[in-house]
Design a protein around this ligand. Structure first.
Ligand SMILES: *Cc1c(COP(=O)(O)O)cnc(C)c1O
Length: 220
């Protein structure tokens, strides 16, 4: 754990309406407890099993965010406690989250993951796919999920102008959806973008959640 980097990032975030998700994937619970001791309460994991095991072992006031690809058959394991799922990339998944949330008598907050990068490997919906999802009858029937915003990952490149243009594009789309689909829903306000290498750029484009791992916990 790197306490200097942690304090520096917290300082950097102060002028912005942005929170830090400390990405603890692959790191032991001891590392998480250290950052918890420094005051951090929001942690992000990309694997269901790992997140469940850490949830069991760690203090219950931690907010667990799922940031990685989620398979429908695994939703049930995290439904009782997950605070925010950043990586919803299909209507099928949204329907399953709704079902499991209902079983747990709760509403689960989610973000729709939007494909903004050049790379084939990144999951996510295209802009037309999101619009199609939001106007579908299946979606409008869901009562136990709440779409709170969007998530995106920029291309893994040194080209800052390219990263900035991808984040800018996501911010434009976010604003468009806010006006066209969510104008009566103030909870649609989150934009999850920016990681260790590019969070400074994301902050300039309206990010409300940065997801930072290696800068806090060291290389994986
Ligand atoms: C691992 C991961 C991060 C954090 O990446 P770092 O480069 O370690 O900061 C952020 N978002 C997602 C979706 C991740 O899988």
């Amino acid at each position: 754990m790197n306490p200097e980097n942690y304090r520096a990032i917290c300082e950097e975030l102060k002028p912005y309406h942005c929170r830090l998700v400390a990405v603890s994937k692959t790191k032991p619970v001891e590392d998480i407890l250290q950052l918890y001791g420094a005051g951090q309460r929001v942690f992000g994991e990309n694997k269901v099993q790992e997140m469940c095991s850490k949830y069991e072992q760690l203090p219950k006031d931690i907010e667990w965010h799922l940031i990685g690809h989620l398979q429908t058959n695994k939703v049930k394991y995290i439904a009782p406690f997950v605070r925010l799922i950043h990586s919803v990339d299909s209507l099928k998944l949204l329907i399953e989250i709704d079902k499991q949330a209902q079983k747990n008598n709760r509403v689960i907050d989610v973000l729709l993951q939007i494909f903004i990068a050049d790379e084939e490997t990144k999951f996510g919906l295209s802009e037309p796919e999101v619009e199609e999802l939001l106007i579908s009858t299946e979606y409008t029937r869901l009562q136990n999920v709440r779409v709170c915003g969007l998530m995106g990952m920029a291309t893994n490149t040194d080209n800052e102008a390219k990263i900035a243009s991808e984040f800018a594009q996501l911010q434009v789309f976010f604003k468009k959806l806010k006006t066209s689909f969510f104008s009566a829903q103030p909870h649609f306000k989150e934009l999850s973008m920016g990681m260790s290498a590019d969070y400074k750029i994301a902050l300039r484009h309206g990010s409300t959640y940065i997801r930072v791992g290696s800068m806090l916990f060291g290389e994986r």
